[in-house]
Write a protein that binds this ligand. Sequence first.
Ligand SMILES: [Zn+2]
Length: 443
Amino acid sequence: VERDADVLIEGQHICAVGRQLLEGDAVPGSLTVIDARGQAVIPGLVNAHTHLYQSLLRGLRDDLTLEAWLNAVVFPFVKQSRAVYPDREVMAAAARVACAEMLKNGTTSFIDMEGSCDASWAAWREMGIRGTAAMVISDKGLPEDMLLSQAAAQARLLERLQGGLEAASRCGLLSFMLAPATPLMCSRGLLEWTRETADRFGLAIHTHAAETAREVRETRQATGLSPIGWLDANGLLSPRTTLAHCVHVDAEDVATLAGRGAIPVHCPKSNMKLGSGRAPVPDMLAAGLPVALANDGPASNDLLDMFEEMRAAVLLQKVQGRPEALTARAAFCMATENGARACGLNAGTIDPGRLADLTLVDLNQPHLTPDHDLVPLLVYCGKGSDVNTVIVDGHVVVRDRHLMLTDEAEIIKQAREVGCRRYEQAYQTRNNIQGRHSNAKEP
Ligand SMILES: [Zn+2]
């Protein structure tokens, strides 16, 4: 941690860090100066696994395990929104409100699994946030009326990918990954095709793996291997593979992940809310794995706030009588440096040559005073609402807590209108969804 330092940005990159970066006292007229006295300048936070469409499904059902929650909360919504595919209205409204929340909470980049389409990518670009669309694919394990054959799943993904790569060629903030939903939700043929297609287009792989004990049991029954072992047997683990959750991994799985250099993505709040369990993050870090951190979807978190996620990560590991299990510094690294690595970005630390993705935190708050040791202070006391300014790719996108490129009030209005209307359509015959059906119109 450097105190009283300046950060000089030129174009997209940080070009110098330190004191007296400019010769003499004169500031060239071409320079924009942000006076950050009283603020902490940190690397932009990275949410390395989320499902942005779920931002229209917050606060629903907190009494279900993953499988039951998918059936009660997620699938009815996805089914009705897929009646028109892709559902641009839902994707755009959800993407805008999620990106507004992430930017205001200091998150500068994310990996969005599932659900994105041209309308989402346009929303990300319009808000100035850096996004990776991990294009989900599966041909097993979904309700009958949502299931595609292997050939249909491949054709749909290729069509979307083509459009996506064209969009990415026009916008440096946008990138793509291929995302088998889980190892067991893809046939062996589809896993092979995914690996070949990733090689062909030079894309990384993103997946869910070992999230619940039930998933591990069922994968072992079906394949004789753990989810990690099955992914490895199909050639899907490499330093360009990111795996959300990794809750139920044993020592052999951790060794396999380490041997392949794959990147686990820890989602502590989602794992707690769905009762999935506690990922062995200290063991994975000790094995040299660059574990990243993520919010997961807003329907199982229910916030896109990486400060709260860092805090949840450290506290969850300490709860079993091991206060040394995960330190604030390790969690901070997971949310910044390791997250950038998960996204394949030259970012995540404040060093010359890195992308200028930065978050400025206002330390002038009762709960952040005094600041003896900055990193633990931010992890244990920082809140998304302490973020004052956010810079992505060298552009100021949040200033004094205001979104610079879009109208926040309009984004909220649109998300409320679309979210409430689609909620009624999706759950009208499901009175069990927290008994809230009758209140769906309340603001
Ligand atoms: Zn997920």
